[in-house]
Design a protein around this ligand. Structure first.
Ligand SMILES: Cc1cc2nc3c(=O)[nH]c(=O)nc-3n(C[C@H](O)[C@H](O)[C@H](O)COP(=O)(O)O)c2cc1C
Length: 288
């Protein structure tokens, strides 16, 4: 068995790193264990060139994104940890997520079964977790992982992630990862999407709902223990299902074809907006 921890934090010995180390320490001694520092990889922003479309085409940027992909393909278990930065994923993590558009259509060729995965997201201030759990879900799913649990943890100072109750939480995640078992409990006090466990739920006035992260639909129902979300039985949605990924790939392929066929018209419209030149060239004076 090979377990790989992906860590992003500019803090050496920070909460994300120690959380991953703790989980790795709990896994059997005879497993191969490695960590990848996402912040150290040379990964450039997506250029929106759509070179990766259609299916089978590769990203045009030659950098170290492949280190992540190769580690996923060669591991059985994955741990992901990154902190909340302004209610969401830190910029470099979002940067990597954007680049994963280039592997949207790759999934059928990836080794099966997809690796099991747990995600830990430290955040520093109670109630300020924002959308960090949802970022964790999106990141893990874009890597085609079998997501067992995504757990925000309140951890402010370095090493808080491996102190007190947080240690118990990490041990539970390690156990789920070792056994390949989905977390049977809620990781949040908020209602969770029955499909991906996100807490970012869009509510329509008629009580129907849609998950902002995975696109699953359902209905908000009042039961014995308060409100619950019941997923539509016919729901084939979900941005991360193989069917949805195939749909997305076809959509992008069609749009790219349309772009190629209408390039001249698009250029003509763009030309009309080329002047005046509004782009700023000098810093404005301090005083105004
Ligand atoms: C730029 C920046 C933005 C942050 N934004 C949030 C936030 O929105 N919510 C929150 O609870 N904590 C926030 N934090 C605190 C970190 O999430 C927290 O300290 C975490 O433990 C850091 O993890 P690390 O040690 O792995 O880097 C922020 C920290 C920094 C440096």
């Amino acid at each position: 068995m090979r377990a790989c921890g992906f860590v992003y934090s500019p803090r050496r010995g920070g909460n994300s790193e120690l959380a991953v180390r703790e989980i790795l320490n709990c896994l059997p001694d005879d497993w191969e264990k490695v960590m990848v520092d996402l912040g150290k990889l040379d990964i450039n922003p997506c250029r929106a060139c759509y070179h990766c479309v259609p299916e089978g085409s590769k990203c045009a940027i030659e950098d170290e994104l492949d280190i992540i992909i190769r580690n996923v393909k060669h591991s059985d278990k994955i741990i992901i940890a990154f902190p909340a930065y302004i209610f969401s994923a830190p910029g470099p993590v979002k940067n990597i997520m954007d680049r994963l558009l280039s592997v949207t259509s790759d999934y059928p060729g990836w080794p099966h079964p997809y690796p099991d995965c747990v995600v830990v997201n430290p955040y520093g201030m109670a109630e300020w977790e924002g959308m960090i759990k949802e970022s964790g879900i999106a990141f893990a799913n874009k890597l085609h992982l079998n997501v067992l649990a995504v757990q925000p943890i309140l951890a402010t100072l370095p090493a808080d992630s491996v102190r007190g109750d947080n240690l118990d939480v990490l041990h539970k995640l390690a156990s789920l990862l070792e056994k390949g078992k989905k977390n049977p409990d809620r990781s949040s006090e908020f209602l969770e999407c029955p499909c991906c466990t996100s807490t970012a739920i869009k509510i329509n006035p008629d009580g129907t709902v849609k998950c902002a992260v995975c696109g699953a639909t359902g209905t908000l129902k009042r039961g014995g223990k308060g409100y619950e979300i019941v997923q539509n039985e016919t729901d084939n949605a979900g941005y991360f299902t193989e069917r949805a990924l195939a749909n997305h790939t076809n959509y992008l392929t069609d749009k790219k074809r349309l772009f190629m066929n209408t390039k001249d018209i698009i250029k003509e419209i763009q030309q009309k907006y080329a002047e005046p030149d509004y782009w700023f060239k000098e810093s404005p004076d301090e005083e105004k």
